[in-house]
Design a protein around this ligand. Structure first.
Ligand code: CMP
Length: 140
C-alpha cells in the first residue's frame, strides 16, 4: 500500500526568486496538507549527508554546494499516494522536460537549480523527513 506522506524542500533558487508563496499555494491546491514545515539552511556537511546516495555522481559536489548556498523550506506533506502524487505535481528533474503546469516547469531555472525536491519512495520519504523533523514535530 502506498503511504500518505512525502518530504519536500523548496530549494535555494526558488526561495531567492520569491516563489515560496506560489509553490505552497500550488501544493495546498493539489490537496496536500502540511504536517511539518521549517525555513532553514543546510551546512555543506548536512547537504553532503542528505545527498550521500548521489556521492559517486559527477554532479554531487555542485549539488551539495548549491543546496547549502541559501535558505530552503523543508516540509512533510500528507495526501493519499503522497510520493507519486507529489512527483506528478513537481514534474521531471530537468525542468526543460517537465510537463506544462508542473512546479518545476513554472519555477525552476536548471537541472541543478530545479526549485523543489520530492522523495522518490515511501522509505526515503520517512528517512528524509526524520533528517529535518523529530517525531513530535511531525505529529504535532
Ligand atoms: P532532486 O531529485 O531533488 O535530488 C537529486 C538532485 O540532483 C536533483 O533533484 C537535481 O537537482 C540534481 N541533479 C540530478 N541530475 C543532475 C545533473 N545531471 N546535473 C546536475 N544536477 C543534477
Amino acid at each position: 500500500m502506498s503511504g500518505k506522506r512525502t518530504f519536500t524542500m523548496i530549494k535555494p533558487d526558488a526561495v531567492q526568486n520569491g516563489h515560496i508563496g506560489a509553490i505552497l499555494h500550488d501544493i495546498t491546491q493539489a490537496g496536500f496538507k502540511i504536517a511539518a514545515m521549517k525555513y532553514t539552511r543546510l551546512t555543506t556537511e548536512r547537504a553532503g549527508e542528505f545527498y550521500a546516495v548521489h556521492k559517486e555522481r559527477p554532479f554531487y559536489q555542485e549539488l551539495v554546494s548549491y543546496m547549502s548556498s541559501g535558505t530552503i523550506v523543508a516540509a512533510v506533506l500528507e495526501k493519499e499516494n503522497a510520493v507519486t502524487s507529489f512527483r506528478d505535481l513537481i514534474g521531471a528533474t530537468d525542468p526543460q522536460k517537465a510537463d506544462e503546469g508542473t512546479i518545476r516547469k513554472k519555477y525552476a531555472t536548471s537541472i541543478s537549480a530545479n526549485a523543489i525536491h520530492g522523495s522518490d519512495s515511501d522509505e526515503n520519504a520517512a528517512i528524509e523527513s526524520s533528517f529535518f523533523f523529530s517525531q513530535l514535530e511531525m505529529f504535532a
